[in-house]
Every structure is written in structure tokens, then in C-alpha cells.
Design a protein around this ligand. Structure first.
Ligand SMILES: O=CC(=O)O
Length: 342
């Protein structure tokens, strides 16, 4: 019986693979597929195993941790996969670790977990915005060093300030609601206005430069792709208000990091709140040495509730795919009539 089942490879270190869902939820995949755990410990070993024990694999579960074990799912990696592979499902909303064009060329469909990440990532973004405005990190450093309020500079209230969201989607919408509760008003910039308009008070700003000129807090909520890599640089910082705040829960490589550091050093930016960095897990030491910025180690979705939702969605996608019903969450680039987002 098992031999006739399609094979699915959980391509992640066992402690990062499927760890939060209940056993019976995990076993639903086992009922329709033969589930293989990642055994290769290096990329070369993985390539060797593609010609051996991974032969016949139809679906692959991808986790950010997959890269730690076998490296990026780039063209070389995709080309080395057994010809049987038809689906790769990433546990995460951002799937920049996977070369989607290489997958498309090989007839492999790529899935991901949008929506499941929205609340947790939005909460992280809202925390970063508040912490950056109120300078809570600097205050915490003070108290931990026994300095009470000495040397603290005036901070800013969120109320009556403008939140500019770049890439209004699921995460941006929840962040907007959360920060409106703190008294902020919301404007957004996407490539196109959302139609019908969102059902809450927000204004579409067609020109990015206008949004930057009007926002007290700018939040990046867009995917990393060929259109967005490095899109936020010296020109964009120059267009921002003096003393504005930048929040990034998207991907570090969307921002030109040296330009951001220069804007912090000149005072153009009052502060930043970051959950993502261009070369994770490395963090620029200049940023680490600044106490007016709030930095988190890419924990946007790191809650047991959200991790469970994400794992479940990956499993549901794989079950749907291997039982002939197709992926539930195909990445936008592989959807018909796709026009790149935000
Ligand atoms: O960074 C987290 C995600 O892309 O889901």
C-alpha cells in the first residue's frame, strides 16, 4: 500500500519541520502520502540522495530552516531535484528563498502560507512602530543599566500621526487597524488602488514620493522580488519627513541598508524598527550599537499559534496537491493573469 502512495519530503531539520500541529493533523498527510524526513546533512549529500532515496518524491515541504541544512532552493538546486517533483510548499508567506522561475521552467508548482502569517506579523510591525516612536528600547536599556531616565530624549506619541503603508495586503490591513486604535491615520501606496476600497478609513496615495513626504511612520509590507529588491534607498529616505520612523517586517533586502544607516546617523530618520535584515542571521554591527532603534531577530511569525496555522496550511496544500486537487495557495507569479504585487 505504502509503495503506491506519492512521496512527500519534509525538507527541514526535524525540530523545525512539523512540530506544532497535533499528531492526528500530521497523520492526515501520512494517510495519503509516504512521508520522508530529511536525512541529508549537506547540499552535496542532498544532491546524491536525489538520485537515490528521494527518487519518486512528488511534493516537498520547505521551511526557512531548509536552507540551513541544504542551502537555497536556487536554480542549481531545482535542477538537481528528481523529475518526479511537482510541488514545493513553503512554510511562510515570503518565498524569496525559492527560485520560482526555475520551478516554473521545470513544471513545479510553488505554494506558500499567506493569511496564516498576517496577525502575528502585523503585531510585530505595530510593536516596532510604537517602540520606535516611544523609544521604549532606549528606556529599557537605561533601566537595565541602572540609569533610570537619565539622558532619555523626548519621544513621540502615535496619536494624530500618519502611518504610511507600502504594500497594503493582509498584514498591512491588520497593522492599520491596530495602529488606528492608537490614534494613527492611515495612507497606503500599492502599484494600484485597492478596488473595492478597504472597509476602513485609509487613503490611497498613487505616488510613493507623496506617501513618503506625508508619513510619520513608513511600514514596508511588500514581498522581496526582482521589482522590490533595494527599492528603498537614499532617494526614498530623502523624500521622507525629517525625524520619521521606518518599520520593516518584510525583507531586509528591500532596503538599501547603508542608506538607512546614513539616514539614522544624520537624524533624517528618528528611529527604525526592524524584524528583518539583508543577510540574516548576520546583523550590521553599526545597527546593533545604536540604542535608538528597536531590533528583533525575524520573529514576526514566531508564536505557537501562528506556527501551528502555518504548518497546517502547508500540510493542507500538500494533501490537496497529492490527491489531485491542486495547491490551495499557489504563489502569485504562477497564477494566471498575474501582475506582480504591490
Ligand atoms: O518571514 C516570514 C514569512 O515570510 O512568513
Amino acid at each position: 500500500m505504502t509503495m503506491t502512495m506519492p512521496k512527500v519530503l519534509i525538507c527541514a531539520n526535524p525540530s523545525f519541520g512539523v512540530r506544532w500541529v497535533k499528531a492526528e493533523q500530521k497523520s492526515k498527510l501520512g494517510a495519503v502520502a509516504q512521508v520522508l524526513e530529511l536525512e541529508s546533512t549537506t547540499r552535496d549529500e542532498f544532491f546524491k540522495d536525489c538520485k537515490g532515496k528521494y527518487q519518486g518524491v512528488v511534493g516537498i515541504y520547505h521551511h526557512n530552516d531548509s536552507s540551513a541544512a541544504v542551502g537555497k532552493f536556487n536554480q542549481e538546486f531545482i535542477d538537481a531535484l528528481p523529475p518526479s517533483v511537482k510541488y514545493i510548499v513553503h512554510n511562510g508567506a515570503g518565498y524569496d528563498q525559492i527560485d520560482v522561475d526555475a520551478c516554473t521552467a521545470r513544471g513545479i508548482q510553488v505554494g506558500h502560507t499567506p493569511k496564516a502569517v498576517d496577525h502575528a506579523t502585523a503585531t510585530t510591525g505595530s510593536f516596532l512602530a510604537i517602540s520606535a516612536l516611544r523609544q521604549f528600547y532606549r528606556a529599557e536599556v537605561n533601566i537595565r543599566n541602572g540609569n533610570w531616565k537619565s539622558g532619555l530624549k523626548p519621544a513621540y506619541d502615535p496619536e494624530d500621526r500618519v502611518l504610511g503603508i507600502i504594500g497594503m495586503g493582509g498584514i498591512g490591513t491588520i497593522m492599520a487597524h491596530q495602529l488606528m486604535a492608537f490614534g494613527m491615520s492611515v495612507i497606503y501606496h500599492n502599484r494600484r488602488e485597492i478596488v473595492p476600497s478597504p472597509d476602513f478609513a485609509c487613503e490611497y496615495v498613487p505616488a510613493l514620493s507623496d506617501l513618503l513626504a506625508r508619513s510619520d511612520v513608513v511600514s514596508l509590507n511588500l514581498p522581496l522580488n526582482e521589482h522590490t529588491r533595494g527599492m528603498f534607498g537614499a532617494e526614498q529616505f530623502a523624500q521622507m519627513k525629517d525625524g520619521a520612523v521606518l518599520v520593516n517586517t518584510a525583507r531586509g533586502a528591500v532596503v538599501d541598508e547603508p542608506a538607512m544607516i546614513a539616514a539614522l546617523q544624520s537624524g533624517k530618520l528618528a528611529s527604525v524598527g526592524l524584524d528583518v535584515y539583508p543577510d540574516e542571521p548576520r546583523v550590521n554591527p553599526t545597527l546593533l550599537a545604536m540604542d535608538n532603534v528597536t531590533l528583533l531577530p525575524h520573529v514576526g511569525t514566531e508564536t505557537s499559534d501562528t506556527q501551528r496555522k502555518m504548518e497546517l496550511l502547508v500540510l493542507d496544500n500538500l494533501i490537496s496537491a497529492v490527491t489531485g486537487k491542486g495547491l490551495i495557495n499557489l504563489v502569485p507569479e504562477q497564477q494566471r493573469n498575474h501582475d506582480h504585487p504591490a
